[in-house]
Design a protein around this ligand. Structure first.
Ligand SMILES: [Zn+2]
Length: 291
């Protein structure tokens, strides 16, 4: 595997113009190029541009991988971003750009990209999907050789570095500002394969958590100036079912720890779902004098 050498040894890479100082990457951030699909088109731009952007790897539609920044040097791929209480993800992440046209809009039987290119919806298997993270749009699926290449690259990276802990998408670290990767990216599959863990689906989530016997347990959302995602399962895969406003008060049904993080199952807007427990404060009541 050609790119493996580039990761594991000090092999000449396709040096990007905007290569920063030394970093110790802890997460991998997955992006879409939102570009033309021609091989090398996005890679050429990312390697040398006036926009001061760069990335470690580019994965073409056919699965060809180009490395442009060494994995222990900073690339400018994430911009304003936030991961589990830490800002500026470029300082501790590896960026992978996956060639894909990004969000498209309908133009008859075609889908139109932001740069004006038309793709036949049926021919390309383009799907009309709306999610809280992406909004509404038409999205092109990722071809299998490309997904295989992303998977192989991630396995090589995680095999090469014990510091790497997580795989995230750009929308996850820059919510509201970015929507890549697109809703058709098989993130939970990829995470399960690389990290050896899967989404705890509903039954598993129930099995790993405890139902509260105190039916009056309430919590209040504490996300100043923001909303809190209500998720179908206790994981960060694309499974958001509602956005809960700050200061909302919710009944708690279950509590559990998943992948080292505390979650609470709550009731909101008639739906049962999971929230990250640290973004909500428990409410205790004075129940009156005990007799
Ligand atoms: Zn991105």
């Amino acid at each position: 595997m050609q790119f493996k050498n580039q990761i594991l040894v000090d092999h000449p890479f396709n040096a990007a113009r905007w290569t920063g100082g030394e970093i110790t990457p802890e997460i991998v951030v997955l992006h879409d190029t939102a570009s033309r699909l021609d091989t090398g088109s996005a890679a050429r731009f990312l390697r040398d541009n006036e926009a001061k952007v760069s990335v470690h790897f580019v994965v073409e539609i056919d699965g060809t991988v180009t490395q442009q920044v060494p994995i222990d040097r900073r690339a400018n791929h994430a911009g304003k971003s936030h991961y589990h209480g830490r800002d500026h993800c470029n300082g501790f992440s590896i960026g992978i750009e996956i060639v894909n046209p990004g969000r498209m809009t309908r133009a008859g039987s075609n889908a139109r990209t932001w740069f004006g290119q038309l793709f036949d919806i049926e021919e390309h298997g383009i799907q009309d999907i709306t999610t809280p993270e992406h909004g509404a749009g038409l999205w092109m699926p990722y071809p299998e050789p490309q997904i295989d290449a992303v998977l192989e690259l991630l396995q090589a990276l995680f095999g090469a570095s014990a510091d790497l802990k997580d795989i995230v998408t750009h929308w996850y670290i820059s919510p509201g500002r970015k929507m890549d990767t697109n809703p058709l990216f098989p993130l939970s599959h990829i995470k399960a394969r690389v990290l050896g863990r899967d989404d705890p689906a509903e039954d598993a989530a129930d099995g790993q958590s405890t139902a509260l016997t105190d039916t009056n347990q309430l919590i209040q959302v504490d996300a100043p100036g923001d909303t809190l995602n209500l998720r179908r399962w206790p994981s960060f895969n694309p499974n958001t079912i509602a956005q809960i406003p700050d200061q909302a008060i919710l009944p708690v049904l279950r509590k559990g720890t998943f992948n080292g993080r505390d979650w609470a199952q709550v009731l909101y807007g008639g739906q049962t779902g999971w929230i990250v427990a640290r973004y909500a404060a428990e409410i205790t009541f004075e129940t009156g004098p005990k007799t």
